[in-house]
Write a protein of this length. Structure first.
Length: 217
């Protein structure tokens, strides 16, 4: 089980402090949005690099952008561990994943809620992580879409049958209640933003999320 803290939900004027308060997360999840692929903007390359410098744990970078190929080499900086791009943003996801891996990074493939897994089930071993968006990407604070958990369950079965070591991540509307549902469906990596950087200390909220999954199992 991995709990990844989405820094997009933190106080933007105090990011270094917020990173320190989420030091028990497995990864810091960094959403990169370009206002084209999704209707929002977030961090640029320079900011991602500075977050990597300041973070006590490695970064899991989620590219919600057009032409992700243009960003990959620039993300090969210390403390960036995972780079995830959207299947809908590139015509050659397998080739892009191989390029990411060639830089010594883990490669992730993200799927919007409406994107079918059918085109990718035979290529799961080409990726280190599959990210199922459990909300429509681009805006935080949304509620998890229950129907997306069916996709999680299908992917869990496909990954197990493949025999490959692939993390199955969910992102969107994850909190103490929904993390149990996502875990039951087969997810093993959970991105949470508001549930971590809301009221109370982030490290305490991370512990609560871990406890919710452990108790359910």
């Amino acid at each position: 089980m991995r709990i990844n803290a989405s820094i997009f939900a933190a106080d933007p004027l105090n990011l270094e402090h917020e990173l320190g308060r989420a030091s028990t997360a497995d990864f810091i999840h960094v959403d990169v949005m370009d206002n084209h692929f999704v209707p929002n903007m977030s961090f640029g390359l320079h900011t991602v690099s500075r977050i990597a410098d300041a973070s006590p744990v490695p970064l899991d970078v989620h590219l919600m952008i057009e032409d992700p190929e243009n960003w990959i080499e620039q993300l090969a900086v210390p403390n960036v561990a995972v780079v995830t791009f959207h299947a809908e943003a590139t015509p050659k996801p397998v080739e892009l994943s191989r390029s990411i891996r060639a830089l010594g990074l883990k490669a992730g493939l993200a799927l919007r809620p409406e994107t079918s897994i059918d085109a990718f089930v035979n290529y799961l071993c080409e990726f280190d992580q599959i990210l199922v968006m459990t909300i429509e990407p681009g805006r935080g604070g949304q509620s998890l879409v229950p129907a997306t958990l069916e996709k999680v369950a299908l992917l869990r079965s496909a990954i197990d049958q493949s025999g490959c070591k692939v993390w199955l991540q969910v992102d969107g509307g994850i909190n103490r209640s929904t993390i149990r549902l996502a875990s039951d469906a087969g997810a093993d990596t959970f991105v949470a933003g508001s549930a971590i950087f809301g009221q109370g200390g982030p490290d305490a909220r991370i512990a609560e999320l871990r406890e919710a999954v452990d108790r359910d199992n």
